[in-house]
Design a protein around this ligand. Structure first.
Ligand SMILES: [Zn+2]
Length: 506
């Protein structure tokens, strides 16, 4: 492999060469004042893809991903809700793991928390004071940006502009408006730790410098995070770490672009966010992964339910193919060496996942043709090709998982908003088929349902059939109730010559 990645520091694609064994990776984790939202998932899917590809290429990795469990936003949330900040932090950390595991995001080796590293943070701040890069002022400690000549090298910002644009709070006594806090004295009723300067807490960026140095050493191969972290968070991390150690902090800075929701960045501060858990109740992890990987990680991505719906359609096609082949007892052997070059070619080019997704759909197209022509060797090849790409991109491909997913989806009625039009059409056909066979009965329904992709539709169709039966028996009160129930689920009923048609509301 010759992996080229866009390094934010140079703004160019650079050839990856490991510094040593294992490859050291630090991922900026969540500030846990709230649950993970959909924007977070893009960042952690991006790191998951890089890590999977490095491992596929034979590298050992050591991955550290932090949780910021103390900062202004966490304290604010705790005061607002009158709950201990630790309770809020833990609840959101638990939700992160629940969502990340469902999304099949590989676990990091270590998940340090800021509050577990106060001692290392204090030592690092003291080192910066001793070396003349930081100063104390009224119990706060600030980093002096004038003393670090490379300040701005990652974000390409000029110090003069930063000084002009800096907002200084009244209580702050900075030498330069662009100086940033390493340690903050606690205000009344705020949590605090003892330090040589005040009872207080660490600033936002210092924890990542302290934790990465503590767990991975002074120079890392990779540092990852969302593009919104470039400034000030990562710029400040570079300043602190390089000023303290005198060494290069990070070889490759990798940043994923943001999600746009009606044109705005999806983040907690703008309140335009959808939690990852909410989304996972409407779409499967595979559908969500497909949605992300269809875009390159460095391209801004629109967030819209219609785009997710089209990914759902895409995933349904993948499943349709896999099931069609599995019915004929294809043998799964997705580790075929012959397939490596195509994957490597795409992924070496700055993790070009859209290209790999295109390969998946090419293989499916060929695979369906092979099914039609009953070319069993070709069917098997295409089947394994699809599985090979999918598994290397972190999709869950095992039949057990897919089958479980389908069964569990049939129980819910609230997920009806995510039903695709094509499934509705199929169910209309199924319903007609069931009716033309004379009577509605379970055997007919099962026979008619075999080709249905979205099991969410079973409940609406059964209700619709029950309504028809109630009408036949002139039980109009019951038939009315069933119609209302279907409307609440997002469907309308149309009485036609051929019987009742069920349609999704527009
Ligand atoms: Zn960080």
């Amino acid at each position: 492999m010759s992996l080229y990645l866009t390094n934010t520091l140079s703004g160019k694609k650079e050839l990856f060469k490991p510094l040593g064994d294992p490859v050291k990776i630090y991922i900026c984790g969540m500030t846990v004042q709230g649950p993970p939202h959909f924007g977070h998932m893009r960042a952690y899917i991006t790191s998951d893809i890089l890590i999977r590809y490095l491992q596929f290429s034979g590298y050992k990795t050591k991955v550290v991903q932090n949780f910021t469990d103390i900062d202004d936003k966490v304290i604010e949330k705790a005061q607002e809700q009158k709950i201990d900040y630790r309770v809020i932090a833990q609840k959101n950390i638990d939700e992160y793991f629940e969502v990340a595991d469902k999304m099949n995001i590989k676990r990091a080796d270590i998940y340090p928390k800021a509050t577990q590293h106060i001692q290392e943070i204090i030592e690092l701040v003291q080192k910066l004071i001793d070396k003349g890069f930081a100063y104390e002022s009224d119990g706060d400690v600030y980093f002096s940006v004038n003393n670090f000549k490379d300040y701005g090298k990652l974000s390409k910002k000029k110090l003069e502009d930063l000084i002009a644009g800096a907002r200084v709070e009244i209580r702050e006594h900075k030498k330069n408006p662009a100086d940033f806090a390493l340690w903050k004295a606690a205000k009344k009723d705020e949590p605090y730790w003892q330090s040589p300067w005040s009872n207080g807490r660490p600033g936002w960026a210092i924890e990542c410098s302290a934790m990465s140095i503590c767990h991975l050493g002074e120079t890392l191969d990779f540092h990852l995070g969302g593009e919104d972290l470039v400034f000030p968070h990562h710029e400040n991390e570079i300043a602190q770490s390089e000023a303290a150690t005198g060494k290069e902090f990070v070889r490759f800075w990798i940043h994923n672009a943001m999600l746009n929701l009606t044109g705005e960045k999806m983040s907690k501060s703008t309140k335009h966010f959808i939690t990852a858990k909410e989304l996972l109740s409407k779409y499967s992890a595979n559908v969500i992964r497909l949605y992300f990987l269809k875009s390159h990680y460095r391209s801004p991505q629109e967030f819209d339910f219609s785009i997710l719906d089209s990914s759902k359609e895409g995933w349904a096609r993948i499943e349709e193919f896999l099931y069609a082949v599995e019915e004929n007892h294809a043998k799964a052997n997705p580790k075929s060496e012959a397939l490596n070059p195509k994957l490597v070619e795409a992924m070496d080019d700055d993790l070009n996942t859209p290209k790999v997704i295109a390969l998946v759909f090419d293989a499916i197209k060929d695979g369906f043709n092979a099914l039609q022509n009953k070319n069993s060797e070709e069917i098997n090849n295409k089947y394994n090709e699809v599985l090979f790409y999918l598994s290397n991109l972190g999709f869950r491909t095992d039949i057990k998982y897919r089958t479980e997913k389908r069964i569990s989806m049939s129980g819910g009625t609230t997920a009806s908003s995510s039903i695709e039009y094509r499934d509705v059409t199929k169910f209309v056909n199924a319903q007609e088929l069931a009716k033309t066979k004379g009577h509605y009965n379970i055997a007919n329904l099962i026979e008619a349902s075999i080709n249905i992709i979205d099991m969410n539709m079973l409940i609406p169709i059964i209700r619709s059939i029950a309504r028809d039966l109630a009408r036949e028996k002139k039980e109009f009160e019951i038939s009315d109730l069933l119609r209302k129930g279907l409307e609440e689920m997002g469907f309308t009923l149309e009485d036609t010559d051929k019987g009742t048609r069920i349609k999704r509301k527009k």
